[in-house]
Design a protein around this ligand. Structure first.
Ligand code: SAM
Ligand code: FES
Length: 344
């Protein structure tokens, strides 16, 4: 029965809600699902795996998402910000290591005004005209997104986190809303960004129905990139007693996403590598085709502490690059150093 569902999903890129539920809740044996996902990924992208150099440039955040280790209310967090010069130095190091995409990610830090984000973006654009610049700095007004785009940013990552507004309300303070987050994603798309969305797997109170809602929202949005990773508990959050999500379910969803969105850029995430020592390799074999090595200065990496035991906090950028290249190779794929634009 499971194989029938896999074949149907591969052929039609869709299933009914009941069928999706059955597949999501199915037992351990995911071999058929994984090999179908790998075949589809190879049809579209061959054995290529794209690199995105991740620069975590601030861990200050004005928000208080209940799951996140860098939430404003976590008084234990040791805060840092990188200067424009430090960010540019990370880009220079990344460029020398072969990266052609820089992802600037941070909490929602009011210190980084639109003027400053535009100034930094324009400086990167000027120095590296052929590189993709990705921002991941949360919810902003449409005008702000337009300004960043005009300054040279061309991609934006903003996970919708969960598409069900009731579930969203259980994960966030009252002043944050699922509608606002979705509005941001539509604005970004209309402006012309390549957009990445996604969700956590196994976040507190999540049901299979919520996961199906996530897949349906992604079908509407048709993003260029979909980032999913397991929710991992952080001790200094209101969810400190909640269990982490499952790597197995995350991997199953990676494969389902590959079959539903054959063209999509799908990272094997750090959170998956944190739950399982070979999590990123397994993510690649399940259908992922992107890895995001850390380019942040080693001195601050531990402080971008979203969840417990986050990996890749002790290594130099060059070590991360080598480590990931070896992991990609071990998984049976090949790192490429172009920008890795989506191939629809
Ligand atoms: N501020 C930006 C935003 O809101 O999109 C980017 C930074 S935010 C920390 C990046 C992502 O980390 C979130 O979209 C969320 O899915 C993920 N994240 C936060 N806390 C997490 C946790 N405890 N476990 C797994 N992922 C987490
Ligand atoms: Fe950073 Fe392996 S990817 S040390």
């Amino acid at each position: 029965m499971k194989n029938d569902l896999v074949n149907k999903l591969r052929a039609s890129r869709d299933l009914s809600d009941d069928e999706l539920r059955e597949l999501i809740e199915s037992g351990r044996d995911d071999d058929a699902l994984r090999s179908a996902a790998d075949a589809v990924r190879r049809e579209h992208y061959g054995d290529r795996v794209f690199l995105r150099g991740l620069i975590e440039f601030t861990n200050y955040c004005k928000n208080n998402c209940y799951y996140c280790g860098i939430r404003a209310g976590n008084a234990e967090a040791v805060r840092y910000r990188l200067s424009k010069e430090e960010i540019l130095a990370c880009c220079a190091e990344g460029y020398a290591l072969g990266y052609r995409t820089f992802v600037l990610q941070g909490g929602e830090d009011p210190y980084f005004t639109d003027d400053l984000i535009c100034d930094i973006t324009a400086a990167i654009r000027k120095t590296y005209p052929e590189c993709a610049i990705t921002l991941s700095i949360g919810e902003k007004s449409r005008e702000s997104y337009q300004r960043y785009y005009d300054a040279g940013a061309n991609r934006y990552l903003l996970r919708h986190e969960t598409a069900n507004p009731l579930h969203y309300a259980k994960l966030h303070p009252e002043k944050m809303s699922s509608d606002d987050r979705k509005r941001c994603l539509w604005d970004l798309k209309e402006i012309g960004y390549q957009v990445g969305s996604g969700f956590m797997v196994g976040s507190p109170f999540q049901t299979t129905g919520d996961l199906i809602a996530d897949l349906r929202f992604l079908q509407e949005l048709q993003p260029d990139m979909i980032g999913i990773g397991p929710y991992i508990t952080h001790h200094a959050t209101p969810f400190s007693d909640m269990p982490s999500g499952s790597a197995e379910l995350t991997l199953r969803l990676v494969s389902i996403l590959r079959l539903m969105f054959p063209y999509v850029l799908l990272p094997a995430t750090t959170a998956l590598g944190t739950l399982l020592p070979d999590g990123r390799e397994r993510g690649l074999r399940a259908g992922a085709n992107v890895v995001m090595p850390n380019l942040s200065p080693t001195a601050v990496r531990r402080q971008y502490d979203l969840y417990e035991n986050k990996i890749c906090t002790g290594e130099e950028s060059a070590q991360c690059r080598q480590c990931l290249e070896a992991r990609v190779k071990a998984a049976g794929y090949r790192v490429v150093t172009d920008r890795g634009d989506v191939r629809r």
